[in-house]
Design a protein around this ligand. Sequence first.
Ligand SMILES: Cc1ncc(COP(=O)(O)O)c(C=O)c1O
Length: 362
Amino acid sequence: MNLSVPEYILSIKPYVPGKPIEELEREYGINDSIKLASNENPLGPSPRALTAIQNALANLHRYPDGSGYMLTRKLAAKLQVKPENIILGNGSDDIISLLAQGFLQAGDEAIMPQPAFLMYDIVVRAAGAYPVAVPLKKMCTDLDGIRKRITANTRLIFINNPHNPTGSIVLEPEFTRFLESMPPEIIVVMDEAYIEFVRHAGCADSLGYVKSEKPIITLRTFSKAYGLAGLRVGYGVTTAPIAELLNRIRQPFNVSSLAQAGAVAALDDDEFLAETMQTVHAGLMFFYEALDRMEISYFRTHSNFFLIDVKQPADAVYEALLKEGVIVRSMASYGFPHFIRVNVGRMDENIRCIEALKKVMQ
Ligand SMILES: Cc1ncc(COP(=O)(O)O)c(C=O)c1O
């Protein structure tokens, strides 16, 4: 290639998403496969969101409301913040990118757990800055380890609560201590893509700190608990000055009109949210009991996905499961060569996954 591409762009490893069902079926000539690889909602989209999206179709000739007026206000009322504390994104991915674009310059550093959601590393490198990876401690985010890696160049710290891929959480007292020790020029990014699934009362509450005007941003999404991953809508809750800066650099119509309509309606879909929680929590119990009986160890999660220790190369187990029509995620590229990550599906999918696992682990 004759193009002049910056070294830091060449250093980026492409994001590898969970394998789409269609791709698996094309490649292996099978049908009726199931996907438990991308932590999606097994129940489908929120029905209220679907109706709202259908109603919004007739206005597709119009640009979306670039300010996201309705959605911003609805979120503000629900979370008890002001509309100026909210930034909307084309998925929370979009806001992760905006943070790097807005706050990192070449040579700056951003700290993140290792492993972590791969987008953190990608956006930091794309800004010409350095990702500083801090290994997990006993599968949990090592806040002390992160604190020790802060330098004069640190601008952003990414924390994922619950953590992907381990499903561990950060507890309130250690989070408070961590924030109290933060220099004021560092923005703490609390990525809470899976927060709705948490049942532990001691889980850190980042929104409380946003309200206290600390330089922190909470990221949330409609992709998981609300079943709207294909729609692409997420949001950040932060101080008004940070939101204002991010709003300056986002695309003016970054959240489509359908996404705005769907998200507004999804926020009222308490019934769907409750059913999702019931499905995920019952599914987890099923998995734990089945794996206990099979004497296969796993890591208990606070999210809708969890890690299974297959005690053999995870890539091989992943491939073998694919042949059974079951898509999970090998964690080899995340630095866990013997773990697969499985998200909870509908009960028929969970049973199918366990049956396939029994077969391939023999
Ligand atoms: C930890 C974490 N953050 C953010 C995202 C991105 O979600 P969204 O669909 O809102 O872009 C994901 C998606 O898998 C995730 O696992």
